[in-house]
Write a protein that binds this ligand. Structure first.
Ligand SMILES: CC(C)(COP(=O)(O)OP(=O)(O)OC[C@H]1O[C@@H](n2cnc3c(N)ncnc32)[C@H](O)[C@@H]1OP(=O)(O)O)[C@@H](O)C(=O)NCCC(=O)NCCS
Length: 213
């Protein structure tokens, strides 16, 4: 069965990107856990974070093109097992928009790109995460994520979100990570609770979460 985990995340991102206010750029040249990020680099994985079970890879422009046009090529480039996954047709314009942001503002690429969550044991992409843009005027970045339903309830999203939050809070110009959940989305709420987010406000349909450094 072809699974389509990336699609779910992109829908979430699409909703979340409305009304965001970009703030000042973060640091444009840095070394992070296990890998180098060079401002403007788009042909090698920018950043790679490790958790006990996952490798979290920030995708480059080229890798996101493959994610959009040929998921198998992306898997091959990352040295992963072929899974038969693909990106939904309707989500391609959203990926294209993210690519366009990355090309126009390479120093912000890590805040626009997709992060592939690779399950080390299976060499397979099982989830996808992203920030919804650079730090806003309150020095906050918003996170979104989606995991393949086959791998739900094994603590993988909590592991990935926890690491991404730790990494983001270490970045210059970032003082908080925020998130939004539909108030029926118990699994996502639980992930945020386990990572240490607290609810800052609520509407009839959504809860707004924050974790600070
Ligand atoms: C939200 C999501 C990423 C969670 O992924 P995951 O890998 O299953 O998350 P984890 O295993 O780390 O944690 C899930 C937690 O929710 C709990 N949970 C899941 N469904 C639940 C339910 N219906 N009622 C109560 N708790 C539930 C699990 O028991 C677990 O908590 P626990 O560790 O205390 O037992 C996944 O459900 C998903 O991809 N959903 C679709 C996309 C989405 O909603 N993204 C978030 C947008 S804000």
């Amino acid at each position: 069965m072809v699974r389509n985990l990336v699609g779910r995340l992109f829908r979430v991102l699409h909703e979340g990107q409305r009304g965001r206010t970009p703030g000042r750029p973060g640091n444009s040249s840095l070394t992070t856990i296990g890998a180098e990020f060079r401002s403007g680099s788009d042909d090698s994985t920018m950043i790679r974070l490790e958790t006990p079970r996952l490798t979290l890879m920030a995708l480059t422009v080229q890798q996101m093109r493959w994610q959009r046009d040929s998921f198998a090529r992306l898997e091959q480039a990352l040295g992963l097992a072929a899974s038969g996954q693909r990106l939904e047709e309707e989500l391609r314009p959203i990926v294209s928009r993210a690519i366009s942001h990355m090309r126009r503002r390479p120093y912000h690429a890590r805040w626009h790109c997709q992060w592939a969550a690779v399950l080390k044991e299976e060499r397979r992409i099982v989830g996808s995460l992203a920030f919804k843009g650079p730090p806003d005027r309150d020095n906050a970045v918003e996170i979104g994520y989606g995991f393949d339903s086959f791998y739900h309830n094994r603590g993988l999203a909590t592991e990935a979100v926890g690491e991404m939050v730790r990494w983001a809070l270490d970045e210059e110009g970032v003082e908080a990570v925020i998130a939004e959940t539909a108030n029926m989305n118990v699994a996502s709420m639980r992930v945020l609770q386990k990572v240490g987010f607290v609810i800052t406000s609520a509407t009839q349909r959504y809860l707004y979460w924050r974790i600070s450094s």
